[in-house]
Write a protein that binds this ligand. Sequence first.
Ligand SMILES: Nc1ncnc2c1ncn2[C@@H]1O[C@H](COP(=O)(O)OP(=O)(O)OP(=O)(O)O)[C@@H](O)[C@H]1O
Ligand SMILES: [Mg+2]
Length: 431
Amino acid sequence: MLESLRLENVGPAPHMEMELGSRLNLITGDNGLGKSFLLDVAWWALTRRWPAEVNPSVTSGLMARPTKPGRAAIRFSYPSKVKKESYQSEFDRRAEAWVGRQGRPANPGLVLYAQVDGGFSVWDPARNYWKKAKSVDVQERQPAYVFSAREVWSGLKVGEIQLCNGLLADWALWQKEDGEAFRQLNTVLAAMSPGSEEPLAAGDLAKLSVDDARWIPTLRMPYGIDVPVLYASAAMKRIVSLAYLLVWSWQEHLRAAALLDEQPTSQVTFLIDELESHLHPRWQRTIVRSLLQVMQALAGKAAVQLVAATHSPLLLASVEPFFEPDKDAWFDLDLEHGDGGTEVLLRKRDFVRLGDVSNWLTSDAFDLRIPRSVEAEEAMGKALHLLARPAPHSVAEVREVDDALRGVLPDIDRFWVRWSAFAEEYLGAER
Ligand SMILES: Nc1ncnc2c1ncn2[C@@H]1O[C@H](COP(=O)(O)OP(=O)(O)OP(=O)(O)O)[C@@H](O)[C@H]1O
Ligand SMILES: [Mg+2]
């Protein structure tokens, strides 16, 4: 679980600072302002490995680089069993690496990271944490499990070691075993469904081709057909792979902890980029709550922290009923124009209930002036300008704006009430 993150001279802004909530953290901001970057750094702070360093075949999660010459630092803290652990790491240019305090860092708990390109990373305290050899800390275990999108489905292998069988093989195996893993997978799928009328459920295993030896898992669709997961829609694939990896990570963690005769972890952190990715609005409305519930149900007594980047106003509206300021936080990235030029600024914003999606679109989170088309915004901008300007107005200019409004506003738009009274003065009631 990450408590704080402070960056200096690294990434898109000169400084960035986050004091995270212990449960839900949402990050908003325009394209290219640093949401995915912050998730990469959060993953590194907890695990001390960059995803692309562990698995060069992934297309995201590169090592953070200093922005300008001079000192670059990443500071972070997380709670450990006894006290808060704070770390500082500076970029060593000669070594091209982030260096900090020597030795074994405190255990951050289970860390999961769903990248936007379908890649997924897992750091398991039972399997990836330092171990002792003759009372010296050595890290000769796997540093982390970093899957490319393809490896999530077909398995992860390092050298001769098969680290994970992948969704297709494991799902089929779990279904044939019909044991705890399959029960959990079905529970997670049902909980992460878009709604109770369309529950996600496993169908019968299928053979797809005479040459293909694999049994392929299927999803039972509401229209009564079992669709092989390879053919499932983009949204279904995303949710199915999240469900599989949650179950796989937790099952493997429990198994490893039992082998080591240790207690399962007491903390789980899930970093997830573009949480709403591919999901229909109805699904966007339920995904945060269902993900928190599913993780809590899987992890039992462990504390669960979610850190998610999003572009979805509906997702922000959807958390209004359960957002709690002492556990949850909302961070927003903006471009700030000042005397010294334009800079990216990361702010923790007060979460206020705005009610509907339009209000979120025009809030600090998404910064639209009005939640309409560009053409409607222009026409209404001109109309408001005319309304605010003292008379006299020419008939021609009022007609021009009136025509523009007719081209973009629906007949029932409330703006007509205000505009028509004004326009009739110039153009007559029959306009
Ligand atoms: N590893 C890195 N080291 C240093 N700077 C980086 C690194 N990765 C990204 N950046 C900087 O951060 C900026 C923002 O990139 P990022 O991918 O985080 O944007 P984003 O907010 O996720 O955008 P989008 O909404 O399009 O996904 C980049 O333009 C780049 O300047
Ligand atoms: Mg991004």
